[in-house]
Design a protein around this ligand. Structure first.
Ligand code: SF4
Ligand code: SF4
Length: 306
């Protein structure tokens, strides 16, 4: 079967994206037709490794990524003129004055690495260097599915780049070559990391729930996906949730004409499974939610390979 790379995204966090990805990975590993690889591209909050931990921690591969630029101060060159503060060199307020030592101090979390201080300081007392912006981690998970994920470092401003690097890293692995299904757990929202996640995918799954914010966010997610002309389907989580907004939500989804891959009922087995750091399909395979996800998995296979 030809390899397909799919992404699970949502306009907002907390709608079950990671939990669904973990269950799909669990189902796929028992499917004789499928060799699955999972990538967690939610690089600012990667959680998939909690549900799919490493089989052998001594075999975890970690690669540092240097994609963020930050200023550093060269005290030997500084003549303490205070021009950098008085002339407001830094638009990001990352420079403060140290009265005691009469030198500027850089707030590294606020620094965007724009280079203005380097250009403007008459004594060339700043330089700009790449610093560690995150890590790409890969391992064989306990359930036998290979997992790759990116993790940003505090203060890093290059989440989108780390997503692209994580995807690129995964593509070089033997496990990628051997796979015919790659499932990417995408970041929530519609920003740069989401764009980096969905570019080049074969199929996108948008997960949402019938609440006002769920509708608002699925509309935004659809707008983004449409820019890329990639086929996609919708999964409605907690579809039976009683809410005054329920009808409006379901009417909207029906009007879009988009493929609804499935509906997952409200089921306490899901949060219970999460509290045990398990995918619901592994924790309670007979639960209503697990049965719905099994059906969704089959529907995904149909849209990918039929
Ligand atoms: S860093 Fe440059 S501009 Fe700032 S006080 Fe030192 S010499 Fe002056
Ligand atoms: S590199 Fe830009 S953001 Fe960082 S301290 Fe210098 S001026 Fe401010």
């Amino acid at each position: 079967m030809e390899r397909k790379v799919i992404g699970v995204i949502s306009g907002k966090g907390g709608v079950g994206k990671t939990s669904l990805t973990a269950s799909l990975a669990n189902i796929a590993k028992d499917d004789a037709e499928i060799e699955v690889l999972v990538i967690d591209c939610d690089v600012d909050a990667p959680n998939l490794a909690i549900i799919l931990p490493a089989e052998d921690t001594s075999k975890i591969d970690t690669k540092d990524v240097y994609a963020t630029l930050k200023a550093s101060f060269l005290p030997d060159k500084c003549v303490n003129c205070k021009q950098c503060i008085e002339d407001h060199f830094c638009e990001f307020n990352a420079l403060k004055w140290d009265d005691q030592n009469s030198v500027p101090i850089i707030n590294y979390l606020a620094c965007e690495g724009c280079g203005a201080c380097k250009v403007l300081c008459p004594e060339h007392a700043f330089e700009i260097n790449p610093v560690k912006s995150g890590e790409i981690i890969s391992f064989q998970s306990e359930i036998g599915v290979p997992l790759v994920y990116g993790k940003t470092r505090l203060g890093s401003t290059t989440s989108g780049k780390l997503v692209s690097d994580s995807k690129e890293h995964a593509q070089k692995l033997r496990e990628f070559e051997d796979s015919n299904l790659v499932i990417i757990d995408g970041p929530p929202g519609i920003g740069c990391p989401v764009i980096a996640t969905i570019s080049g995918l074969d199929y996108i799954i948008t997960i949402t729930e019938p609440t006002p914010s769920g509708l608002h966010d699925v509309i935004r997610a659809i707008e983004v996906v449409n820019q890329f002309n990639i086929p996609f389907g919708i999964i409605i989580n907690k579809h039976d949730l009683e809410s005054p907004f329920k009808e409006e939500f379901h009417d909207y989804i029906a009007k879009t004409g988009y493929n609804v891959l499935g509906r997952i009922p409200f089921d306490l087995s899901i949060p219970e499974a999460m509290s045990f750091a398990k995918a619901v399909i592994e924790y309670k395979p007979d639960s209503k939610a697990s049965q719905a996800i099994l059906e969704i998995y089959e529907n995904i296979k149909k849209v990918l390979w039929n």
